[in-house]
Design a protein around this ligand. Sequence first.
Ligand code: SF4
Length: 94
Amino acid sequence: MSERFSPTGTLLGMFTDTITTPDLTWQREALCAQTGADFFFPEPGSSVRDAKRICGLCPIRSACLDYALTHDERFGVWGGLSEKERLHLRRTSS
Ligand code: SF4
């Protein structure tokens, strides 16, 4: 499973393990788990084109985007959308 999804042993991983037990089995198919998180959390001002290209091939893109929107993920590319694109989606859909 990708490190971006709070693996066991991280502070956030421990938090989510003890507070809630959401069904995260969909994350096993995450293409980003095979590429590493660097593409998905680029330095400010860097391109997210490569991450978005990978997301475009990912079988769980929709579930990933739902997760990011539900959990208010502020950083990185999730479900093929950048931080700004998710913010815009949130503002226009509420
Ligand atoms: S849609 Fe993109 S960020 Fe989400 S799991 Fe797939 S590759 Fe990772």
